[in-house]
Write a protein of this length. Structure first.
Length: 232
DNA sequence: TGGCGCTTTCCTGATT
DNA sequence: GAATCAGGAAAGCGCC
């Protein structure tokens, strides 16, 4: 009852860039994206420009806006696919969006099309916009296999305060500084990871749940029961 | 308050 | 035979 290799569908878009890059990592790359203070959509320059004329930086600001505003899971997004200009972004098909952003791709595509059609008014009528997008998100999430509708709205970026086991494991994998060698990737592209320190993992999970009696046997049972088929 | 989803706990059987 | 792994079942818990 020790180390094991667990397979999940975690982080499907890992072919060309490090999926563990955080927004901080991305926006601290001043060569392409000079440091900027977070702005609301309405006081950002890119909101007043048609998407076709966005620069790469505008595209990334738009992505960040979408993640923040609509609670999209940034972990689903393959950021390297969006290192493109607005013109290239507008040329992407819905399928390409889904390839680049997984379960969020369809949603991002819808948002972009809304901005293209509505222009600046998209940001001027936030209530109506949110309602439209929420309706779309609900229907989109419902028909997206392997992900629960609440997940589309409830969890955003990496947080070690996650209450679900699969979030806890995901966050450990996404946080090497917290990982301490407890988990390590076997094949990151296929989402296969190894539990190196099973007892330590169980102890950490037990501490999280305030359960001194947690064991790896129980933890692994919970992983087998619900985590293996989840889309992370 | 009931339904639902997730986790915990205990158990059994298969495999090594 | 012991250790490990996998899964069934039921209860507990929190959330809506």
């Amino acid at each position: 009852m020790l180390d094991s290799v667990t397979h999940s569908t975690f982080l499907p878009n890992t072919s060309f860039c490090d999926p563990l890059m955080s927004w901080t990592d991305l926006f601290s790359n001043e060569e392409y994206y000079p440091a900027f203070e977070h702005q609301t959509a309405c006081d950002s320059y890119w909101t007043s420009v048609h998407p076709e004329y966005w620069t790469k930086r505008h595209v990334w600001e738009w992505l960040q806006f979408c993640c923040d505003q609509y609670k999209l899971d940034a972990n689903c997004i393959s950021f390297c696919h969006f290192n493109i200009s607005g013109l290239q972004l507008c040329g992407m098909t819905q399928e390409e969006f889904m390839e680049a952003a997984g379960v969020c791709g369809e949603y991002l595509y819808f948002i972009l099309q809304s901005i293209r059609s509505q222009g600046y008014s998209f940001f001027n009528d936030p209530d109506e916009t949110k309602a439209t997008l929420k309706d779309y998100a609900d229907s989109s999430c419902l028909k997206t296999s392997g992900i629960k509708s609440q997940d589309c709205h409830s969890h955003s970026r990496t947080s070690l305060q996650s209450s679900h086991l699969w979030e806890f494991v995901r966050d450990l994998l996404l946080s090497p500084e917290e990982n301490c060698g407890i988990l390590e990737w076997e094949d990151r592209e296929q989402g296969i990871f190894r539990v190196v320190k099973s007892e330590a993992l169980a102890k950490m999970w037990g501490q999280r749940k305030k359960n001194d009696r947690m064991t790896y046997e129980k933890l692994s049972r919970a992983l087998r029961g619900g985590g293996n088929d989840l889309l992370w």
